[in-house]
Design a protein around this ligand. Structure first.
Ligand SMILES: [Zn+2]
Length: 456
């Protein structure tokens, strides 16, 4: 893989990638060996085997595995600033410990955090990043804009969110009162960001989702009005749900029902909604998710790190629930490495359901097509004519895959360390395992300077 340096550039030229093992992620799970992919105008123009089409540029991939770019469906980029805290805490203890520190966030720190998290995600094969930002200290501006700037500079797609919290300690919620906002201010700022940043249609680079934080930090009124706003503006809706047993007990005490029943009562469960975690879902609740079209962001590493449990993903996918993968916040999964969560999803599924519970290809499907479906996107997540040319190229000639007869299974079982190349809309943004548009050493240095302001 090191002998051929790609020269494909974003633009109107026809570019051909050859000698690839392509996972198309179509409905049938078609894989093509010794295949080529033709890229034009940022889209996949054709994919096939045998006689190669004409092209302005060509790059040989040396038999590498090519998957659709991975799609991250849950994250909190700002949390890279506060890693390795609350090391033995439950979710609620961890949140209470970290909220006061997070209250110091500003645009400068958010930008450094976003560059770090997005760079890590891209180096792990991710081309579309969803970020759930819900910490908006009063008077602090430019936080979502800082994330958007970082994504544009590094070259990935971003679904940012205008999250929110309005249920503080004084009203029976978990976050400190200094971190909760007024409902009208939340909704007005969401609408402002949508007007300024949200793109629609195929190939959208920047989108906004409406994402109140969780049942234990947001009032029912804000949940309901957020859903009304999202549906009026045609946006998707997201929140945390059923992450821990403590959350279930909290909902039972405050609302007299489970978290899922609570969300359902607010009119949330629908095809424009996806929820993070869903670790504690009963069989009837899984059926309700399937019937309503509600999606799930499965975050296995974070769930293990916080001792929250393991989501019943096999039961969900068998029921027809849309499921994608998320690394979740960098303070509860200290890596923003999405391919690691492809491997982790396979391992935890097998831990629950035995060795046949999930195949390596199923795990990659969750991280690509599944994630695209969860974000409501049909222009990414698969390699087919007309789809965005978002491609992750995985070298198969390194130490970890030596002796792996099946390179696709080898990648998942071993866990790929870094993507070799990454294309977003046909543009090469990672080459030879390094960012094309930025220097990761400089990103890490700038991040350390910002993170020092949040030291315990
Ligand atoms: Zn989260």
């Amino acid at each position: 893989m090191t002998s051929t340096r790609a020269t494909i550039r974003y633009g109107e030229m026809k570019s051909l990638l050859t000698d690839a093992h392509v996972l198309t992620m179509d409905d049938a799970g078609t894989e093509l060996e010794a295949a080529w992919i033709l890229v034009e105008d940022g889209l996949v123009a054709a994919v096939g085997t045998g006689e190669e089409p004409e092209a302005d540029e060509r790059a040989g991939l040396g038999g590498a595995v090519v998957t659709p770019g991975l799609v991250n469906t849950h994250h909190h980029l700002y949390q890279t600033l506060t890693r390795a805290r609350g090391q033995q805490a439950t979710l609620f203890e961890w949140l209470v410990e970290l909220y006061p520190t997070w209250a110091r966030i500003d645009a400068e720190a958010e930008y450094a955090a976003a560059r770090t998290g997005i760079a890590e995600l891209m180096l792990s094969g991710c081309t579309t990043v969803f970020d759930h930002h819900y910490v908006f200290p009063r008077g602090r501006t430019g936080l979502v804009e800082a994330e958007v700037q970082a994504a544009r500079e590094l070259g990935c797609r971003l679904v940012a969110s205008r999250g929110s919290m309005d249920l503080g300690v004084a009203d029976g919620g978990l976050p400190p009162d200094e971190l909760v906002e007024e409902i009208d201010a939340v909704l007005a700022d969401t609408e402002r960001l949508v007007g300024e940043l949200h793109e629609t249609g195929p190939g959208a680079r920047i989108q906004i989702a409406v994402a109140p934080c969780s049942p234990f930090s947001v009032t029912g009124r804000l949940m309901t009005e957020s859903a009304e706003l999202a549906r009026r503006l045609g946006l998707n809706l997201h929140t945390h749900l059923a992450e821990t047993v403590e959350e279930e007990a909290y909902c039972q005490e405050l609302y007299g029902c489970t978290p899922v029943e609570y969300l359902d009562s607010l009119g949330w469960l629908d095809g424009d909604v996806w929820c993070a975690h869903c670790v504690h879902l009963s069989p009837p609740e899984i059926a309700r998710f399937a019937e309503s079209g509600t999606g799930v962001a499965h975050c296995p590493t974070s769930n293990l790190r916080l001792g929250a449990g393991v989501a019943p993903v096999q039961a969900m996918t068998e029921a027809g629930v849309r499921v994608g993968l998320g690394v979740d916040g960098s303070a509860s999964n200290e890596r923003s490495h999405l391919f690691n969560d492809v491997k982790q999803a396979l391992l935890v599924a097998r831990g629950r359901g035995g060795p046949t519970a999930m195949t390596a290809r199923d795990a990659i499907r969750l991280g690509t097509r599944g994630g695209a479906s969860v974000l409501g996107r049909d222009d990414i997540g698969a390699i087919a004519p007309g789809m965005c040319a978002d491609l992750a190229v995985w070298a198969t000639d390194g130490l970890a895959l030596a002796g792996a007869a099946d390179p696709v299974a080898g990648l998942v079982f071993a866990g790929a360390d870094r993507v070799d190349r990454l294309y977003v809309g046909g543009e090469l943004v990672v080459q030879g395992g390094a960012l094309v548009r930025a220097d990761e050493t400089e990103i890490a240095r700038a991040h350390r300077a910002q993170a020092s302001r949040f030291a315990p």
